[in-house]
Design a protein around this ligand. Structure first.
Ligand code: PLP
Length: 395
């Protein structure tokens, strides 16, 4: 895949962000033009321009609900991204559950359980809950990031109000068993939230079928614009909104809606879900052949044990002993390849990522980790030329 106005790149960092897809760009176009050709409107205004924006907003909500498997459009709340969706869902559900407990005369402050391999948006939401008096505990994962129901059962307690476990890990691609984990949480009386950012469009993910109470999604990971996200919140799930203001999104997320972004997000989500099976089949072949090529080289090993369970089709993560991620990323960039080490959000740090630490990867090995992630237009030729550049860099 070639990109750039004055340079060509092969972009293999699709877990960090993806290029805008045609469907999203087309959906956004009318709202991105200046007057008098462009359209605009506050979806909360009563006049016809406002009502037109409102009708587009509600149509987008209904389409996203259908694509994600929600029962009703009003289970979809548009946010500024998955970071906000994670924060809102985790803090909002935990606070609401604590309020409910107190009404019933329960003095306990409440407890939240999550995995150690969550994105910082989830881990730092938990840190916020801790400051608000909640207890936060972690469920054990195996060396590839998988979490068994028994491991979750072991940490559940009567005062656990919420469990948050991601559907697909963003650094190494581990697929978690959302349906089984959600059911276990429910058996113990807790709500269940899944950060499904890296699952959408990559594995089947239907909120209704999986039985989650809440889930977070990000538009820019599936060909939509940056700065837009979706919080799925099942009807009647206890929730306290922390974004106070004009009461938009039925009071669950105040703030004038980003109509252009939401229309782009809806088009991208529909596209990603419709093409998920085809994408997964193609990407899994690229993943398997890339792992095979890279791991046949001296000093290179897969970060996770691929036979240990299910992994997402779009993520490859290897460790190169004796090398540093940053050096490899910059050397590959000079050769026209975009990849990352760990997650993009924490790539400025030289510390090994918290995910690799939680998998038990030794510090010196984790410092040489590289994540290669595929998108819709990644093809075999891209992967083959990456392998050649990688060989040059590590030799
Ligand atoms: N959760 C996961 C698993 C992610 O991979 C990301 C992005 O890297 C996020 C949350 C945050 O998403 P956003 O960039 O939309 O805030």
């Amino acid at each position: 895949m070639l990109f750039g106005s004055n340079r060509t790149y092969i972009y293999l960092d699709n877990a960090a962000t993806t290029p805008l897809c045609d469907a999203a760009a087309e959906a956004m176009a009318p709202y991105m033009k200046a007057a008098p050709d462009g359209t605009f409107g506050n979806a909360n205004s009563l006049h016809s321009i406002g009502r037109e924006a409102f009708s587009e907003l509600e149509d987008a909500r209904a389409r996203v609900a259908r694509a994600l498997g929600a029962q009703r459009p009003d289970e979809i709340v548009f946010t500024s991204g998955a970071t906000e969706a994670d924060n809102a869902a985790i803090v909002g559900m935990a606070l609401a559950e604590r309020d409910r407990g107190r009404l019933r005369g329960n003095a306990a402050s409440g407890r939240v359980v999550m995995s150690r391999i969550e994105h910082h948006a989830v881990l730092h939401s938990a840190a916020m809950l801790k400051r608000l008096g909640f207890e936060v505990d972690f469920v054990d994962n195996d060396a590839s990031g998988h979490i068994g129901v028994e491991a979750l059962e072991r940490v559940m307690r009567e005062d656990t109000v919420l469990v948050s476990i991601m559907a697909v890990n963003n650094e190494v691609g581990t697929v978690l068993d959302t349906a089984a984990l959600a059911e276990a949480a429910h058996r113990h009386g807790a709500l269940f939230h899944a950060d499904a950012v890296q699952a959408l469009g990559k594995i089947p993910f239907n909120v209704g079928a999986l039985g989650v109470d809440a889930a977070s999604f990000s538009s820019h990971k599936v060909g939509g614009p940056q700065g837009v996200g979706v919080m799925y919140l099942k009807t009647r799930t206890p929730f306290v909104a922390y974004m106070a203001g004009g009461g938009q999104e039925r009071g669950m997320r105040s703030g004038t809606q980003n109509i252009a972004g939401i229309l782009g997000c809806a088009a991208a989500v529909e596209h990603a879900v419709a093409f998920q099976p085809a994408f997964a089949e193609r990407a899994a072949k690229l993943r398997d052949s890339l792992y095979q090529e890279l791991c046949s080289l001296p000093k290179v090993s897969a970060t996770v044990r691929l036979e240990s369970g299910e992994f997402a089709p779009h993520i490859v993560n290897v460790c190169v002993s004796g090398m540093e991620s940053q050096t490899m990323i910059l050397q590959l960039d000079l050769r026209g390849f975009c990849v990352s080490g760990g997650s993009a959000c924490s790539s400025n740090s030289l510390d090994p990522s918290h995910v690799l630490s939680a998998l038990g990867v030794k510090r010196n090995l984790a410092q040489g980790s590289l994540r290669i992630s595929f998108g819709e237009i990644t093809d075999e030729a891209d992967v083959a030329s990456f392998v050649e550049a990688f060989k040059e860099v590590v030799s």
